[in-house]
Design a binder for this molecule. Structure first.
Ligand SMILES: Nc1ncnc2c1ncn2[C@@H]1O[C@H](COP(=O)(O)OP(=O)(O)OP(=O)(O)O)[C@@H](O)[C@H]1O
Ligand SMILES: [Mg+2]
Length: 256
């Protein structure tokens, strides 16, 4: 077991956001956290990276407890901004000094530019790139960290639907080569189905993992995805059941 999260709880200013979150991820597995907006998905990733401290529960990597900031995780935040005044190469090597030698990272980064669709843009600035290219640069920055677990928070959420599709195709293609354990946060059902080995569904306020869905299918392409109607329906129904549960609970609490 690569990552094990047990009974994680967290509150923002007395408002409980996470209620006993538990899940495990195998080495090399790609797991998506899928849930409505505001359910606490980003909060879970922030707890894993150590940016936030849990109120209760535990996180273990390779069966060893992890507390605070840990080099096991590389985090791509939801609103990942590249520094506009730095070149793309400098941006993707931002963590070079933390993760070993900057020179070695620059060499590795340059070699990875073609695969990330960035060849020839080493000395460009973020404003000279398309939205998809900027996201790939942010992704390359995350992938260059020597961390064994990648935490991706809606990496393609801000992109238009066509570019997002292209980015998903691209990630699917390089996924095996990346050879890392990945936890992806998304509220895009198709993205979760297309990319994941397993999908964990969260309900809202305070969030719990209500269902776990294993996605079969080794050879995937868009045609395969279009044929996943049943799975899509199952996921949608389960998410909506979670939303209804919260609404029913809320209305029962309302004054008569
Ligand atoms: N710094 C904060 N202070 C207070 N409340 C917060 C803070 N950050 C998040 N919250 C609240 O905690 C809840 C969970 O937030 P979180 O960002 O984890 O949700 P999310 O599932 O990632 O949502 P989205 O899909 O919109 O990104 C939300 O209700 C949000 O308003
Ligand atoms: Mg979020």
């Amino acid at each position: 077991m690569k990552l094990k999260v047990e009974e994680l709880t967290f509150s923002y200013e007395n408002r409980k956001v996470l209620d006993s979150i538990g899940f495990a991820v195998d080495e090399g597995e790609f797991v998506s956290l899928l849930g409505p907006s505001g359910s606490g998905k980003s909060t879970i990733l922030k707890l894993l990276t150590g940016v936030l401290t849990p109120f209760g529960g535990s996180i273990a990597v390779d069966d060893r407890p992890v507390e605070g900031l840990s080099q096991h995780f590389a985090y791509m935040p939801q609103n990942d901004l590249l520094f506009p005044w730095k070149t793309i190469l400098d941006n993707v090597c931002l963590y070079g000094q933390i993760h070993g030698s900057l020179e070695a990272m620059r060499r590795e980064a340059k070699a990875s530019f073609p695969e990330f669709g960035l060849a020839g843009y080493e000395d460009s600035y973020p404003s000279q790139l398309s939205g998809g290219m900027r996201q790939r640069a942010a992704f390359l920055r995350t992938a260059l960290c020597k961390a064994d677990i990648l935490l991706l928070d809606e990496p393609f959420g801000a992109l238009d639907v066509i570019t997002r599709g292209e980015m998903q195709d691209w990630l699917l293609k390089i996924r095996r080569k990346l050879n890392r354990t990945v936890v992806l946060v998304t509220h895009d059902m198709d993205e979760a189905i297309y990319l994941s080995d397993r999908i964990l569904i969260l309900n809202q306020s305070p969030a719990r993992i209500t269902h776990e869905i294993v996605v079969e299918g080794r050879q995937r392409d868009r045609q395969w995805l279009y044929g996943q109607g049943e799975l899509r329906k199952e996921i949608y129904d389960r998410i909506m059941a979670g939303v209804r549960e919260v609404k029913t609970y809320d209305s029962s609490m309302a004054p008569q």
